[in-house]
Write a protein that binds this ligand. Sequence first.
Ligand SMILES: C[S@@+](CC[C@H](N)C(=O)[O-])C[C@H]1O[C@@H](n2cnc3c(N)ncnc32)[C@H](O)[C@@H]1O
Length: 261
Amino acid sequence: MADPPIVFADGAAYERFMGGWSRLAGDVFLDWVAPAPGLRWADIGCGNGASTAMLLDRCAPASVDGIDPSPAQLDYARGRLAGRPARLRQGSAMDLPFADDSFDAAIMALVLFFVPDPAKGVAEMARVVAPAGIVAAYSWDLAGGGFPIAVIQEEMRAAGMAVPMPPSADASRRETMRALWADAGLREIEQRSITVTRRFPDFDIFWTTSIQGPAMVATLEGQTPEAVEALRRRVHDRLTADATGGITISATANAVKGLKA
Ligand SMILES: C[S@@+](CC[C@H](N)C(=O)[O-])C[C@H]1O[C@@H](n2cnc3c(N)ncnc32)[C@H](O)[C@@H]1O
């Protein structure tokens, strides 16, 4: 049976759950992409604006256009980016509402594995950037255990709970990403792995932060309180607190970049 869709219906919850992770990995990603200032950027799957804000803060863009299918994410992004020079609109990576050759750089930050047909999504990014434009993405390394809450997912599976996966989880594999970029006709393809660590002041903060993701909320709602508490205890016992009770978690993403011919 297909996994239920993962619906991003709460931009604030996304911020609490993923915003911090997105910024940590996004910093490394943008350092690596190393864009010149003054580019016209497309932020595909801009979500609640976490990646869009980073482009504005770090890349001195000429313009930033973000698209995302989720009205809730876009609402949050519009609040976050109020007064800032970003245009946001609803849309899908599968059919970008932009003319050919209209950007200098297009990125998908933590998005590729949500796109129903990743090859189409990458082809669309290649279409909308001008020749020599940058097409780049990073995705949590789902198969390699790189998702920030992989430890919770492992314990869920051990307890027989379903762990919903995004529709194109395979697109987060390093070799799949390279093939997608090559098949889209992109050149000078480079890849890297991005590992980041995040410290939570204590286990409870890690737990409450980590169960706010849309897939997790939907799954845990279907469990009894006793089952959720048992899961919480098993995850607790897997993690070692530091001297002041803090919990440090690492996560790994695969990144890829290339240029339009
Ligand atoms: C993990 S969030 C990433 C958001 C943001 N880029 C960031 O770095 O925090 C994934 C986003 O992909 C969006 N998404 C899902 N399907 C999509 C599609 N077909 N095209 C574009 N975005 C999509 C979701 O609505 C969600 O906001």
